[in-house]
Design a protein around this ligand. Structure first.
Ligand SMILES: Cc1cc2nc3c(=O)[nH]c(=O)nc-3n(C[C@H](O)[C@H](O)[C@H](O)COP(=O)(O)O)c2cc1C
Length: 193
């Protein structure tokens, strides 16, 4: 599972929330925190050609290689941070084959205010749906974030339980459907042209 925090700052509560989510994953599942968001250049359609800028290629490859992506976003002026939106614009292209298409994703968020970034989470879900991602029915709004962490540790047990549930829902979304697992192997193989 890939974790993408919408906040670039070192002490980000959203990044800490992702780290806490990583500790709740079961055996054999790891959360890799994406560290390269700040390097992504401003989206310019003239630059959106092959080869893509290195930071964009790295981001696209990380998303393409993940079985699921967990986003944690702060709220900036009732919306998502500009750099996160910029990254999603890069990820949304090429339209038909973009790395988010059909990707199981979920959105959680934290803010220092009481509402826990609910509006930015809704905005992010909207943008992710537009890219063709499979947006899991997950909601986790961590308000008054400064009271939920001590140092970089999540100390609110209720939030931890809700986080475990959110991560579980995303993992379930990333599992192949039982019918697909049980499906017989195709008898003929079609070679790629
Ligand atoms: C530019 C800017 C705009 C903000 N706008 C909002 C807002 O609309 N709603 C809100 O609840 N908090 C807002 N905040 C406060 C953030 O919730 C707070 O800075 C939070 O800690 C950011 O998340 P982070 O800890 O992951 O960096 C804003 C902060 C900044 C820097």
């Amino acid at each position: 599972m890939l974790g993408i925090s919408g906040s670039l700052r070192g002490g980000s509560y959203n990044t800490q929330l992702l780290r806490a989510a990583g500790e709740l994953l079961g055996d054999g599942v790891e959360l890799e925190l994406y560290e390269g968001l700040k390097d992504v250049p401003p989206y310019d359609e003239d630059d959106d050609v092959e080869p893509a800028p290195a930071a964009v290629a790295a981001l696209r490859a990380a998303v393409a290689g993940a079985d699921a992506v967990l986003f944690a976003t702060p709220e900036y002026n009732s919306s998502i941070p500009g750099q996160l939106k910029n990254a999603l614009d890069w990820l949304s292209r090429p339209l038909a084959t973009n790395p988010l298409r059909n990707k199981p994703v979920a959105v959680i968020g934290a803010s220092t205010g009481v509402f826990g970034a609910v509006w930015s989470q809704a905005e992010l879900r909207k943008v992710l749906s537009a890219t063709g991602a499979r947006v899991a029915e997950v909601e986790l709004a961590v308000g008054q974030a400064a009271t939920r962490f001590e140092g970089d540790r999540l100390v609110d047990e209720t939030i931890r339980e809700q986080l475990a549930e959110a991560v579980g829902l995303l993992l379930a979304e990333a599992q192949p459907a039982p019918s697909a697992q049980a499906a017989p192997r195709p008898r003929t193989t079609v070679a790629a042209a």
